[in-house]
Design a protein around this ligand. Structure first.
Ligand SMILES: [Zn+2]
Length: 322
């Protein structure tokens, strides 16, 4: 009898032991599950899905954006177009909300164009949003219908262009002149004789030109043709209006061998075509085949290779960099 009792007690203990063990196992599994769940809730995947994005969209967003950027995305209205915009090469995160607003107002424009236009501030009216660029004295200065130069700004190293290369009285910055002289000789070796007929213009000179155009053509036409004082790139001392000695007409220079040569070669000397054809919407200026801007060889090569305007280059590669 005693033996049976002992056996029963032992069985009872084993049973309780097993029960405790099972309880612990399930308890631990439960805790692990809850912790996993809590950890998942902290992930961007979970946060984005809760915010209304699909799993696929959440994955795309996580692949495109940094954690800090995702935090920002979680504070603005859910919009799948953020993925399309973020995939654009020249996308700038700080412009995101402006891109979205521009898209809402212009639903037929491609994502690529929205990024390009907003990057160059075209969501603001010309002359309505004055900015001061970085590096005022450097060759990567920008001057356009948004970035202005002070009335008193004069480049510090202007030099005369000798009469072999330009008409009388023209000045540009020394670095630009050296590049132009090299380019001039290379062109000459190719049977093209370049000549500069406009270069550095002071604020006061630009004002005289602009005011005289206003009288002749009226405000609207003038703004398409000439820069307002303070907004002219000629004031930077980095610009030449250059023609071929036998072809100095603004209307026909674009069809000349000289223009074709400049298009293919000027970047090798650090010059870029500043107001190209079909880019009026970006640059704010009509096509000017004769207006060439010195930016230095490295910058000119990027602009040439990527086929972008200087305004787009500046937004992405200069202003966007910390
Ligand atoms: Zn010009």
């Amino acid at each position: 009898m005693k033996k049976v009792k002992l056996k029963k007690e032992a069985e009872h203990k084993i049973f309780i032991g097993m029960a405790i063990l099972l309880f612990l196992i399930f308890g631990i599994m439960g805790i692990i599950k809850v912790r996993k769940e809590l950890n998942y809730q902290k992930t961007y995947e979970s946060k984005l899905i809760n915010y209304g994005y699909t799993l696929e969209e959440a994955t795309d967003l996580i692949n495109i954006f940094s954690d800090q950027e995702l935090d920002s995305i979680l504070t603005i209205t859910k919009d799948s177009k953020i993925i399309n915009l973020g995939n654009e090469k020249y996308f700038i995160f700080n412009n995101l909300e402006r891109y979205l607003t521009y898209l809402t107002n212009n639903p037929d424009i491609s994502f690529k164009d929205v990024v390009a236009l907003v990057n160059v501030n075209r969501d603001y009216e010309f002359y309505s949003h004055d900015l001061v660029g970085k590096n005022i004295d450097a060759s990567n200065i920008i001057v356009n219908k948004y970035y202005i130069l002070d009335e008193n700004y004069v480049p510090d190293d202007l030099v005369n262009i000798s009469l072999q290369y330009a008409y009388a009285g023209h000045k540009i910055k020394k670095e630009a002149l050296d590049a132009y002289v090299s380019m001039w000789h290379e062109a000459k070796d190719n049977g093209i004789q370049l000549i500069v007929n406009s270069s550095y213009r002071s604020y006061a000179e630009q004002k005289d030109i602009y005011d005289s155009y206003i009288i002749k053509y009226g405000q609207k036409k003038t703004d398409e043709m000439a820069a307002r004082p303070g907004y002219s790139e000629h004031q930077s001392g980095l610009v030449i209006d250059v023609f071929e000695i036998n072809n100095q007409k603004t209307g026909t220079f674009k069809d000349s061998v000289a223009y074709e040569w400049l298009k293919n070669n000027a970047y090798k000397f650090g010059f870029i075509e500043r107001y190209p054809e079909n880019k009026e919407n970006i640059t704010g200026y009509s096509f000017e085949s004769w207006h060439w801007r010195y930016v230095g060889k490295d910058v000119a090569k990027i602009i040439h290779d990527e086929d972008i305007t200087y305004d787009e280059y500046y937004a992405y590669y200069v202003e966007n960099q910390a």
